[in-house]
Design a protein around this ligand. Structure first.
Ligand code: DGL
Length: 290
């Protein structure tokens, strides 16, 4: 995948032009593009399919270069642009950046380069947390890069000035979830370790700022107790996408939509692990030739 910024603009314009009658497909019938650093974005796709069952989705997991959460902003922006370019070339009508790390670090760069609507997970997730919290003491767990970007803290504080936000990077949780270790004593000890300081801070809401963490929701709830609400950004993001499609009159009508999956490495592993995230509908994935 080549990636210079100018190419994105051109591809974005071409994609938009297809909505101006240059090709016969109705703009609303074009698919929605979704990308993540790998498998985790399937938690967001699952919510999208639930809320928007008639839409077609093209999902790209950059499995060859996962994790993004430990990389520099420059690299995350470059990878995110390359993913965007691939999806724009498929003629998508909207782009959902399902990866928290890419949303935190690269959303502005992507949105500047493209001519179609781009929706990330940070703002919807922050809104969901603010809505859930009574005390305004909100914990956010995420990758190192997401925490370092300060994106969740800034967005929550904009929405609720005076909120107290406690962030914690939890790098070991991504490999644990991918291994399927979401319910054993190793998961419990790791989660307890990461959440200890947040628990001490007296948070009443925990925002899951990483695509993989929803699979550990039960464990988070067990460790934090019933007094703390655990929220993730997937459903809130799907609702934001639905509203935007309605505003732009771009919703697809008619038969149930379909999902296609692309990866940059190991399609078999994506299918195997992806079923835990999404369900048996992950039947196959196409590996991109680069
Ligand atoms: N998808 C990433 C996120 O939501 C987690 C995995 C990674 O570090 O790439 O931040």
């Amino acid at each position: 995948m080549a990636s210079p910024t100018r190419t994105h603009s051109k591809i974005g314009k071409r994609a938009l032009a297809s909505g101006n009658g240059k090709v016969s497909i109705r703009p609303g019938d074009r698919p929605i593009g979704v990308f993540d650093s790998g498998i985790g974005g399937l938690t967001v796709l699952r919510a999208l399919v639930e809320v928007l069952p008639n839409e077609d989705f093209i999902y790209l997991g950059d499995t060859a270069r996962l994790p993004y959460g430990t990389k520099t902003s420059e690299v995350i922006i470059r990878y995110s642009r390359e993913n965007t370019e691939f999806l724009l070339a498929k003629g998508i009508k909207m782009l959902v950046v399902a990866c928290n790390t890419s949303s935190a670090v690269a959303l502005d760069a992507i949105a500047r380069d493209t001519m179609i609507p781009v929706i990330g997970v940070i703002e919807p997730g922050a809104r969901a947390a603010v809505k859930a919290s009574r005390s305004g003491k909100i914990g956010v767990i995420a990758t190192e890069a997401t925490v370092a970007s300060g994106a969740y803290t800034r967005t929550i504080q904009n929405l609720r000035p005076g909120a107290e936000i406690y962030t914690r990077a939890c790098p070991l949780l991504v490999p644990l979830v991918e291994e399927g270790w979401t319910d054993n004593d190793i998961a419990e000890r790791t989660v307890s370790h990461y959440l200890e300081s947040l628990k001490q801070s007296g948070i009443d809401t925990l925002l899951l700022g990483c695509t993989h963490y929803p699979l550990l929701t039960r464990m988070f709830q067990q460790v934090l107790g019933r007094g703390v609400r655990v929220v993730d950004s997937a459903t809130a993001t799907a609702d934001a996408v639905r509203r935007r499609l309605d505003e732009l009159k771009l919703a697809r009508r008619g038969a149930r939509g379909k999902q296609s999956f692309f990866v940059t490495e190991s399609p078999e592993r994506f299918v195997r692990v992806g079923r835990r995230f999404f369900g048996p509908q992950v039947e196959s994935a196409v590996r991109l030739e680069r």
